[in-house]
Design a protein around this ligand. Sequence first.
Ligand code: ZN
Length: 332
Amino acid sequence: MTRRTARPEPTRELELTTSTRRCPGCDGPLWAAYTNRRTVVALDGVLRLAVQVRRCRDPDCPRFGVPLRPEQEGRVALPESEFGLDVIALVGRLRHAEHRSVPEIHAELVRRGVPICVRSVGNLLDRYDELLALSCSDAARLRRITAEAGRVILAIDGLQPDVGHEVLWVLRDALSGEVLLARSLLSSRQDDLAELIDEVKAALPVPIAGVVSDGQTSIRNAVRAVLDGVPHQLCHFHYLREAATPIYEADRHAKVQLKKKVRAIRPIERKVEGREDDEAEVIRGYCAAVRSALTDDGRPPLDASGLKLQGRLAAVAASLDRVGAKRGCRRN
Ligand SMILES: [Zn+2]
């Protein structure tokens, strides 16, 4: 069947890599095999995902050639899905908690800027119901999922499309990419979450070797209560964002101070206004360099804008020093 609406243009790009760098089969190195690109329609925009897939290259390993996808991919979207897990969580809530019809849900999604057709809303509702129907009592399914790796890396995500409403908890096996259990709860209380983790732990035929999450306090406490001693890896993306906050604040403060120092640029520009000689041209050039440095924002957290401004202003100052030295005078 041909697609009648154009595929939406991505608004954001997201690169995902695996946190697991040792092969779960032989503990040898995992090698970057290829990058899988997919587009996902999420609540906050259309994402272009670059998914780095790793593989073990040891022919004697039971997991030789088995692709390992980034642990975080399943939080963004289920396998094969064009829509984000957050959209599915919202569709499910609107249907089951607010009893809205499919056309009403469609209208709400469109109001929120999600490019979607009515038929897709129906499909997402089916996906939501399938997700919630997964049961830990299906022992054959759990054996099939976990047989290859012989262990589970448990990924725990709480999706809450709107603050104050239900949280869709999804517990996945990051090694196989399969969802183990999903439950919609009114709260993110650690006792309720601990119960879910316990249910998965009790049903699994293999041990849980590690946990991956965004590290929010309720998840951390629940994991400690049920899986004491199991390594708990925080998602790199959230970790970096949290760690960068104090640096971001300090950098913003530094930028404000730096800007104060170069505030007097306008009087200098005014002084050479109307002059056509070389010196005036050079002065205007320097003024333009300072101005463009002021408007050039960095991309925090890895590229701080205050540091960037400092670097550009230092380059302007060094250039002025060189000019001054040539002419036998010094700037002040
Ligand atoms: Zn291996």
